[in-house]
Design a protein around this ligand. Sequence first.
Ligand code: IMP
Length: 198
Amino acid sequence: MKIIVATKNANKIREIREIFSPLGFEVVSQTEAGIDIDVEETGDTFEKNALIKARAVSLVCDDYVLADDSGLCVEALDGRPGVYSARYAGEGASDSDKITKLLGEMQGVDNRRAKFMTSVAFIMSDGTELVTSGEVCGRILLQPEGENGFGYDPVFFSDELGKSFAVATPEEKNSVSHRSRALRALYVKLKQLEETEQ
Ligand code: IMP
């Protein structure tokens, strides 16, 4: 099955491909499919934003479309940056700008609990919509550790892995990540749908 992923984020495409390709899906990026649209993420939840992105791409193609919306929710910051994780340090800010801003806000804060959250929206060619979510818990480190991954990975210490997401290998991150959990839940839903249709 061919799936178009509604994102221009190369890191996300890579992670989605690593998880979905072994399950037998051909994962094609929006750019590879020649679809050049930018969608404004106006929703106040990950689920709403994932649906906004998937619907926009689904309108201009006949293939199955998948979109994810994800972010980091920090307990001491009342869940921020949350759906604003990409724009937390302003439009076009680098990953290191975002990390610097986060560590600044967290200076002197004892409660460092945080979680990454993802919602994945999947739209089939007949218009059927499926939405799943995943999360992974951890804490915000005092300083960045590791070079792997992207975004906030260097300051996110995963409880389950016992190391930062940027120290973890891609396989280790995928074994527990918010995105892989949402994608695996989607895979289970797709399988259930397939079975009920047989
Ligand atoms: P969006 O889902 O493209 O709106 O943006 C999500 C933002 O959250 C990204 O730009 C990253 O800064 C951050 N983010 C999402 N998933 C991850 C992850 O797996 N590791 C690190 N940062 C992430």
